[in-house]
Design a protein around this ligand. Structure first.
Ligand code: FMN
Length: 323
């Protein structure tokens, strides 16, 4: 049995498989679906602290989570300790999540230009101020999600500093910001960070199937695994990995109907939670129907459709042979 329990603060999770925060992906409906398939903790898409504090509080908080969405973490992005603290306090009061995470890894220009995401890693003092400010102000555990730095020693330094500042967990994506998504996630650096810290360390990057999950856990000795891109359109991956870590056996390959059933369940959840109008349906359809017969036709027809029943009908008729 290789699946371990993961404890963050006072919350003991039944396992250690986490869904990564992903902008435009990990909305409430998608998180619920991943949870049904065995994700032990899911995170919201990153939320900018300034937006939460100054502008769109109501719009952001509406549909962010609900009672079934437990346990979940909220990820904030920002670079002002004051704004992050204020936003985190709002989140804590409203939602009581398991953990409030600070994004210190996003390499996208629109984020780094504003001094947020991975740019923070160049300012250790600011990182310390942000994490200690949050840890002092909140009852909720605070965590950070980082990318590695060029030199291992620099990564270790920032990881130690995050722990010393009061974070109760750290997620490490084993690529530098400069790499974006190229190359492979460096499990050696993740392992070195895990060895260095006492708080739970969660390994992230390139976990795409049963073997990569087992290998990342064994090689790094990490306390948890976070799955990102491999879950897009494929929430069933959590059941696969979980089953394998629990039993050492692999589940049968997916029948094509599985993808369509999952997409149908996803559309239904989006509609139930009023989220259908706010997502790029064509993009999500692309992920869920990858490799399926009739998927191109579905994608072409689907954009602009906002009614769940007609979308599901379209899927069924387009893929009749294998549905
Ligand atoms: C579409 C997309 C959106 C993402 N958004 C976020 C985000 O909001 N916050 C964050 O910390 N990381 C974000 N990431 C990075 C992932 O959380 C994860 O660290 C990265 O994809 C590496 O893991 P993977 O190899 O399992 O995909 C995003 C990645 C993708 C592909």
């Amino acid at each position: 049995m290789k699946l371990k329990k993961l404890t963050i603060g006072s919350t003991e999770l039944p396992g250690n498989l986490l869904l990564a925060p992903m902008a435009d992906v990990t909305n409430l409906a998608f998180r619920l679906l991943c949870r049904q398939y065995g994700a032990d903790l899911t995170y919201t898409e990153m939320i900018h602290s300034d937006a939460l504090v100054n502008e769109n509080r109501k719009a952001i908080m509406k549909g962010l989570t609900n009672r079934e969405d437990w346990p979940f973490g909220v990820q904030l992005v920002g670079n002002s300790p004051e704004s992050l603290r204020e936003a985190a306090l709002l989140v804590e009061e409203e939602f009581r999540p398991v953990v409030i995470d600070v994004n210190m890894g996003c390499p996208a220009k629109c984020i780094t230009r504003a001094g947020c995401g991975s740019t923070l890693l160049k300012s250790p003092e600011l990182v310390h101020k942000i994490i200690s400010g949050l840890a002092d102000a909140l009852e909720t555990p605070v965590s950070a999600k980082v990318r590695i730095l060029e030199r291992e020693e620099e990564s270790l330094e920032i990881a130690r500093l995050i722990e010393d500042a009061g974070a109760l967990a750290l997620t490490v994506h084993g690529r530098t910001a400069g790499q974006m998504y190229s190359g492979n996630s460096d499990l050696r650096q993740i392992r070195a960070i895990k060895k260095e810290l006492s708080i739970p360390v969660i390994a992230n990057g390139d976990i795409r199937d049963e073997e990569s999950a087992e290998n990342a856990l064994e090689f790094t000795g990490c306390d948890g695994l976070m799955v990102g891109r491999a879950a897009m359109g494929n929430p069933f991956i959590f059941r696969r990995i979980r089953h394998y870590l629990e039993t050492g056996e692999k589940l049968e390959p997916d029948p094509q109907t599985r993808q369509l059933e999952d997409f149908e369940a996803y559309i239904t959840l989006l509609e139930e939670h009023g989220l259908l109008p706010s997502i790029n349906l064509r993009m999500h359809a692309q992920w869920f129907t990858k490799g399926l017969h009739g998927s191109r036709y579905i994608r072409e027809k689907i954009s602009g459709m906002k009614d769940a029943r007609s979308i599901i009908e379209l899927m069924k008729t387009s893929c009749q042979e294998n549905y």
